[in-house]
Every structure is written in C-alpha cells, then in structure tokens.
Design a protein around this ligand. Structure first.
Ligand code: SF4
Length: 456
C-alpha cells in the first residue's frame, strides 16, 4: 500500500510521514523481523501468520514496537501489501526501507526490548500481566479491573420491547468482563477489588521502579492507571483510590503516576491527588455533543458531557495546568453511529474542542479511529490517513501558538506508538521550548517531581 502522504504534505518532516505511513499502512513481513525477536526484541501480542500454498499456516513471532532511529516509536503491524519493510545487514544493523519502484533506506531502526520487571513474580506466583501491569514502551499501564459496567447495562428500547444495545463506547472491545478480569479477581457489579489485588500490583511496581537505578538497562519511566468504568463517578473514585495508593507505595517517588479513570467530580480529583497521583487523564473521546451521545452512550448517560468537562476543569484545579489530559478518538464523527460530519465540519469541531482544552491547561490527544472486531465499525470506517495528518497539523499549530507541547508524563517519544502529537512536537522543535506549563527546561518530564500545581 502506498499512501504517498508526502504528495499531500510536502511541508512536513519525513519522520512524521514515515510514522503515519507505518501506522496506517503497516510493513511487509521479512525474516529480519523474526530475527529481531531472536535477538531480544519484545514480541508482539499478534504473531505474523504465514500461509503456505498447502494451506498450512506458520505463526511467527515479530517485534511489538520499534524505534525509528531514536526519533519516534511505532507499533509494528505486518501487512504484506505495505510499501515499507525492515532489512538487516550482515553487521546486524536494522533499517526501515521503502520498497517499490525506487527502494531506499529511510532510517535505522531498533526494537523496544522487554524490561527486567516483566520477569518478576508475585508471592502467589503471578506474572506482571496477570497481576494487572503491562509494558507499553517505557510506560507501565496498570489495569487491575478491566471489566467495564457499560458493557453490562443496556439502553431502553424506544418501542418498549426487551433490552436494547449495551451502553459501551462504540469503538471499544477491551472492556468486557472476560477471563482476564476473572483472573484479576474482578466481579461484575461488585465495586470492591479482591483484597490481594493492591498487594500484587504494589509488588510489581516496586520491582519496576527498582529498574530506574540501572539507567543503562531499558526501564519504565511513567505509570498510567486505568480500568473499566463503574456507573457512578463518586463510586469510581472509591474503586481507584486503593489502586493509586498501592502504586504510589510501590514506586515511591521514582515514577510519575497518572490516573486515567472516567471523569470524576473536583472533590474526587483532589482525593486522587492526595492518594498519590501526579496527574489525571479523563478521556472525553469526542468533542462533538451529538457524537458523544451516539458513540459513548454510557459516558453520556451516567456522567454527561458537561459534567465530564467540569471534571476536567476540576482536575486542573487539583493537579495544576499542564497536568491534566484527555484522549479522543479521531473519526467517530465521520461514520455511523456518529452523525457523519463532513471532513471540514469534523476538523472544525476538533479544533474548537482542542482550543478550549489547551486554553484551560488540558492536553488533548487524538488517536485515529481504528476499527477492530467486536466494535461497531467495518475496516473501511477508519479515518483516512490524509485527514488524520491534516488534523494533526492543525493541532500542532494550536499547541505551538500556546507554547504547550504534549507533556511527557502523558505520552513521550518512547511510548507514543499510535499517535503523532509527540512526533510533531519533536520534529518541529516544540518539545525543546522548555516553556510547557507541565515542565521546566532541562527536566525529564516523565519523572517526578514535575510541575507544582500552579493556579490556572
Ligand atoms: S468507558 Fe468506554 S472506552 Fe472505557 S472501557 Fe468502558 S466502554 Fe471501553
């Protein structure tokens, strides 16, 4: 697949365009990928499946993430129609190549390696993943209660018939109650976590934080706590407080901790802060009100758009400007069940929302709508790559005008494998301004302590 983004965006740095091509087009399988895993790259959750003419299928391990010449990280998605591939030379050097009429080397690549804490086992023998921790680049995602109550509750049908559709978000396939939630001891409809859960996650995080003392080895730099929603934002706070406390006990002051629950009221944000969170990220998913109703029915019904926005503003009061974020799924507005906005109306809505949020000290992030099985979307419903890059260019201009780079605590060059904001900031120099409301020049924004909670 040749996306030819350069034709549309001759002004943008190559690294941004290669990464966008990788995100949307993937790369062809080559034996170099399998070799990289043999040489220590962290393996992908989805192995490559090579089908032979006989019908036999081989499952081949490929790396999960790669590092584009130290300038960006990107998720590896193998698609044999892609216009890029990885090659390894006799000296063991890996490089990304564009293939086609005039093949050329784009940049040297390396692969993200497994952190040492992934080999840790809890006192009752669980590995880190089973205890609720996952490595995404240099970020540890803590999710000890992945089951989301919006998957369980159903809408009332207009005709008064039986139960209607689940209230889950239209793009989400990861919040169902399944074997993982059961393994973690999460029970549908029960707020309290298994009493062993905080102890296990504290132990895993203590092991992970110890890695900071060996800077030459790959190690974690920030923690993001997330999980499925409960129906009442007040109870959501009760669900997450013991998790924040356990994580903080585990990491001490070595790692930055962000709480990524659903939006809670201002008092809830203050309790999160007092329990040990440094920052908060409450994902509104879409700024457009009609899209929010249609695509996030659980969030719309049990929290509501205005209460969500007020929760974000309350979080700024608790954590300080630049220490609050909100993630969005770019493209929900364009296809059903969204209102099918035109491309221009979609961009205008996103820009309106981003302007509001940035002006209130909140960092918005936009991942592309990525249709997967178990959601409302067909594969062709994904946002067109050119529209996504156009949107990112507009968002960069908003951040640059405010000298407000994406804060490193939220996402950084070592974990931003499905987004372009960090790559724009880095390639165009915004990350070097040192004027972010979230950090001071010369400080590593991923590591505590960061900003003092400044008045907004
Ligand atoms: S709140 Fe929405 S995105 Fe989050 S787990 Fe529930 S359904 Fe999925």
């Amino acid at each position: 697949m040749e996306l030819a983004l350069r034709e549309h965006f001759p002004d943008l740095p190559e690294i941004v365009l290669w990464k966008a091509e990788l995100m949307f087009g993937g790369l062809r399988f080559t034996d170099a990928l399998a070799r990289a895993v043999e040489e220590g790259a962290a393996p992908n959750f989805y192995p490559y499946r090579r089908r032979h003419e006989s019908g036999q299928v081989d499952s081949i391990q490929v790396p999960y993430l790669f590092d584009l010449g130290g300038q960006a990280v990107a998720r590896i998605r193998v698609d044999d129609r892609a216009g890029m591939e990885v090659r390894r030379d006799d000296a063991g050097r890996y490089a990304l190549w564009s293939v086609g009429a005039a093949p050329r080397e784009l940049c040297e690549v390396q692969f993200v390696r497994k952190h040492g804490w992934q080999d840790f086992r809890t006192a009752d023998g669980l590995d880190a993943f089973a205890a609720g921790a996952e490595q995404l680049g240099d970020m540890i995602v803590v999710n000890v209660a992945p089951g989301c109550e919006y998957f369980s509750v159903r809408a009332e049908r207009a005709d008064g018939g039986g139960p209607g559709a689940p209230q889950k978000c239209s793009f989400c396939a990861y919040g169902r109650f399944d074997r993982r939630s059961l393994t973690l001891g999460q029970e549908q409809g029960r707020l309290a976590l298994d009493e062993l859960t905080p102890k296990r996650i504290e132990a895993v995080l203590r092991a992970a934080a110890a890695g900071v003392d060996e800077p030459s080895a790959p190690h974690a730099r920030h923690v993001y706590i997330t999980g499925g929603s409960v129906l009442d934002p007040v109870l959501e706070v009760e669900r997450f407080l013991p998790v924040i406390e356990a994580v903080r006990r585990g990491v001490g002051d070595r790692l930055r901790v962000t709480i990524g629950s659903g939006a809670v009221d201002p008092a809830g944000s203050r309790r999160y802060r007092d329990a040990g969170a440094d920052s908060a990220c409450y994902n509104l998913e879409t700024w457009d009100a009609a899209t929010f109703e249609a695509c996030c029915p659980g969030k719309a019904k049990y929290v509501g758009r205005q209460r969500w926005i007020d929760g974000l503003l309350g979080a700024v009061d608790a954590f300080g400007r630049g220490n609050v974020g909100s993630a969005f799924v770019a493209g929900l507005e364009l296809v059903p069940p969204g209102p099918c906005l035109s491309h221009d109306a979609f961009v205008a809505s996103v820009v309106e929302g981003a302007t509001f949020l940035l002006d209130h000290g909140i960092a918005p992030l936009y991942s592309p709508l990525w249709p997967i099985d178990g959601t409302s979307y067909k594969i062709t419903d994904g946002i067109p790559p050119t529209l996504y890059v156009r949107l990112q260019r507009e968002l960069y201009a908003l951040r640059a005008a405010r000298r407000f780079p994406v804060p490193g605590w939220l996402i950084c060059p070592s974990c931003s494998f499905m987004l372009l904001e960090v790559d724009f900031d880095r390639a165009l120099g915004l990350d070097r301004l040192g004027a972010s409301p979230a950090g001071r020049a010369g400080e590593d924004p991923c590591v505590r302590p960061l900003a003092s909670p400044a008045a907004s």
